[in-house]
Design a protein around this ligand. Structure first.
Ligand code: ZN
Ligand code: ZN
Ligand code: ZN
Ligand code: ZN
Ligand code: ZN
Length: 288
């Protein structure tokens, strides 16, 4: 048998190097200092992963956004009002004067309150968001919520809050006078977000993310200054940032983890005097 051990060994070491590479890029995309244990998060669409602590912080921020129940309610109210106006606009649309189509560009309608002919835009620009027409929308509401869209817009000047609201109204025509569906929906949303946070807090106690003192980056050779985006060379093949590019090394307490010499310079006044003197020496000798 002609077994090539040399080749075999080489393949094995290539394979493990590849494995190591995969492993190395597993540092949290947020803090760059924790290797995620994946208890609270998984990969996002850009193949970025966050550690449990960073994930929890994002969730916390989300709760803050929903914390004020009145605010959520008001926001929903405004959104709903806008939606009704857009339907009114669509209902009165006589069609495109050029091609006669009743379909308009959904994006222009929802985000700009404008009626733009979808087929014409498609022809002219080679692209468009999905078409939307009053007829189609009417069919949707009839099928999903069992209501007649024109009747709602003409008679009541509003729309049911959601499917449950439509069901309640179908049973009891007086429901509109005493509809609290929007309040219920806002409250539900608020509770859901808070429950999620509580659950995450419980799970956080079991977190096994590995913390490293060094800031890790996702490339073998380069990192980017988090302020001006200039490239910075990485200290070693271990994807560790050089101390000198770590603001903490200079006694700075800032949100950036990686900064170039120029950007550090702009924060020089905040460095402790001894560190600042050292920093000046680094700058003068061109090490930073
Ligand atoms: Zn993190
Ligand atoms: Zn047209
Ligand atoms: Zn209701
Ligand atoms: Zn963890
Ligand atoms: Zn910079």
């Amino acid at each position: 048998m002609n077994w090539n051990w040399k080749k075999f060994n080489k393949e094995i070491s290539n394979y493990s190097a590849k494995q190591k590479n995969l492993f190395r890029s597993y540092y949290c995309a947020g803090c760059k200092q924790r290797k995620p244990c994946q208890l609270l998060t998984s990969w996002d669409s850009e193949w970025k992963s966050y550690c449990c602590h960073c994930f929890y912080q994002t969730e916390q921020a989300k709760v803050e956004e929903y914390n004020d129940y009145q605010q959520v309610y008001q926001r929903n109210l405004v959104e709903r009002q806008a939606h009704i106006q857009q339907y009114q606009l669509l209902k009165d649309y006589l069609g495109c004067p050029k091609c006669g189509s009743l379909a308009v560009d959904a994006y222009s309608l929802y985000s700009e309150n404008r009626l733009v002919c979808q087929p014409c835009r498609m022809k002219k620009e080679g692209g468009s968001s999905s078409p939307i027409s009053f007829l189609e929308q009417g069919k949707w509401y009839k099928k999903r919520w069992g209501i007649i869209l024109t009747e709602w817009l003409d008679k009541y000047g509003c729309l049911p809050v959601n499917a449950e609201c439509a069901i309640k109204w179908l049973k009891d025509k007086k429901h509109l006078d005493n509809c609290q569906c929007l309040e219920i929906e806002a409250k539900g949303h608020y509770l859901l977000v808070n429950d999620n946070l509580k659950r995450s807090w419980e799970r956080l106690k079991e977190c096994k993310c590995v913390k490293s003192e060094k800031v890790r980056v996702s490339s073998d050779n380069y990192a980017w200054c988090e302020s001006c985006e200039k490239t910075i060379s990485v200290a070693s093949k271990k994807r560790v940032i050089k101390n000198r590019n770590d603001p903490r090394f200079w006694g700075l307490n800032v949100k950036e983890k990686v900064l170039c010499g120029k950007c550090l310079e702009s924060k020089k006044e905040k460095m402790p005097p001894l560190r600042r003197a050292e920093f000046n020496r680094y700058r003068k000798t061109g090490r930073l």
